[in-house]
Design a protein around this ligand. Structure first.
Ligand code: AVJ
Ligand code: FE
Length: 441
């Protein structure tokens, strides 16, 4: 979605196409396993897939039928079953959930009515409808749960059921790129007030002053992370936050999640396939604590959220902040590894057309990137349209992730997009890059 105001008919077509893309992915993720696998708990960290499925429909009913369409509740008895705050993930499997066929019928029914609401809406006026916001929000919500379901797929055991071609290789210039880029100090515009489908926590646009810093040109790779492991990184408390060190000891961590050592070789399990750890690929499935420990070992630190966004959006030629590192155009396959087109990050140095004006690469797509900071509101934040999307998480134990992974759809990814999770989490598609202060002149 571009920031320019659009003809309502064009907006309606975009909203419908975006909802359809999300639904195809939902169907693919839930159609490739049998009924038993849809209803089992694959990990205490995750809901059974059939919970995510009906929750997607219930959110769509709440926001597109009831709130946007002004309709009476279709299935009010489902609201509490599929309320994420009422039931922790580990307990959802024991709820009287809709069986898969009924969940699918519910989603179809809601979608049919939602498209009627879309056809009848002027897409102007009320903030919920202006520029089709509610439809964009619900498409993003479905895509976020599709990423959650992809995490469940990664955690399930048994043979592979998902397949995708490999991403493109590193560009020919990759080996010659400088290891870090200097981002000049001074103010830049962080967040957005113009991106029509940006969520509440990305708003409003505001000026931030960031002192000069250096940031890694590319995300930290498995090969670099292996040097940390082999240098005894997991046995030296010097590098670790006390809670991170406690997690290492308690769970006897020695490497990223899904890695195992066989003989002298490191292998990893990826969507049901055991394979050698590829050294050129950005490291994946590390916690904020592991990222922080690596950075300390390397004599560096994680970038702050403002530093990450400045590296991704700031154009020194104009002083403007772009929508994406490559400019204002919506993501295309040549820019970034998004949308689950591939089931892994691309090697460091891929996507030369996606680099920022300062030459920072792979900020968008491949791996979510842990940043240093806590999840907090921007100055002037107002919760919209519901406090439970962002506001109730502000000031909690959450760390911010930026940039999106290979599992994020373009509709849910922007230079301003903010994700958050607990610093112990490793099952998410998260990696990182490092930074350091610039020398004072
Ligand atoms: C923004 C990814 C942290 O999955 O918990 C989904 C998104 N909010 N349903 C999550 C979300 C409500 C959220 N994250
Ligand atoms: Fe949700």
């Amino acid at each position: 979605m571009t920031a320019a105001p659009m003809d309502p008919e064009v907006l309606r077509q975009r909203a419908a196409a975006t909802l359809a893309t999300a639904r195809e992915r939902t169907q693919a993720l839930t159609g490739c396993v049998d009924e038993r696998e849809l209803t089992t708990q694959h990990s205490p960290l995750m809901s059974p897939l059939v919970w995510d499925l009906a929750h997607i429909g219930n959110q769509e009913e709440l926001w597109l039928l009831r709130a946007a369409g002004g309709q009476d509740a279709l299935r009010p008895e489902l609201d509490s079953l599929y309320d994420a705050f009422e039931h922790p993930r580990a307990r959802r499997v024991s709820l009287p959930l809709l069986p898969p066929a009924q969940a699918r019928a519910y989603l179809d029914e809601v979608r049919g009515r939602a498209l009627d609401v879309l056809a009848a809406s002027p897409l102007t006026g009320k903030p919920l409808l202006a520029s089709g916001f509610a439809f964009g929000m619900i498409a993003q919500h479905e895509q976020q749960h599709d990423e959650t379901m992809l995490i469940t797929h990664q955690l399930r055991s048994g043979p592979a059921v998902l397949h995708a071609p490999d991403p493109p290789p590193a560009a020919p210039d990759a080996a010659a790129l400088p290891s870090e880029v200097l981002v000049p100090g001074g103010p830049f515009t962080m967040g957005t007030s113009t991106e029509p489908w940006a969520l509440d926590n990305e708003r409003p646009a505001h000026r931030r002053t960031v002192p000069a810093f250096h940031i890694d040109t590319l995300p930290v790779t498995n090969g670099a992370y292996l040097r940390f492991i082999e240098d005894g990184g997991y046995t030296d408390p010097r590098w670790w936050h006390p809670e991170g060190w406690a997690q290492v000891r308690r769970h006897k961590l020695t490497a990223p999640l899904f890695w195992r050592r066989e003989g002298g070789d490191w292998l990893r399990r990826r969507f049901g396939v055991l394979e050698p750890v590829p050294p050129q690929e950005p490291v994946l499935h590390v916690s904020w604590y592991e990222a922080t420990a690596y950075a300390a070992w390397a004599g560096r630190r994680l970038p702050t959220e403002a530093e990450w966004e400045k590296a991704a959006r700031y154009d020194p030629a104009t002083g403007r902040s772009r929508r994406y590192p490559w400019g204002d155009a919506d993501p295309a396959p040549c820019h970034a590894n998004l949308g689950q087109r591939h089931l892994r990050p691309a090697p460091a140095g891929a996507y030369p057309l996606g680099r920022s004006p300062l030459g920072v690469g792979q900020l968008i797509g491949d791996v979510w990137e842990w940043t240093a900071g806590d999840f907090l509101p921007y100055p002037g934040f107002t919760a919209f349209p519901y406090r439970e999307y962002s506001e109730v998480f502000f000031g909690g134990p959450y760390k911010v992730l930026r940039g999106g992974s290979f599992a994020v759809d373009p509709v849910a990814c922007r230079g301003t997009f903010r994700n958050w999770d607990l610093p112990i989490r490793r099952q998410i598609f998260a990696g990182f890059r490092t930074a350091r202060d610039a020398e004072h002149p």
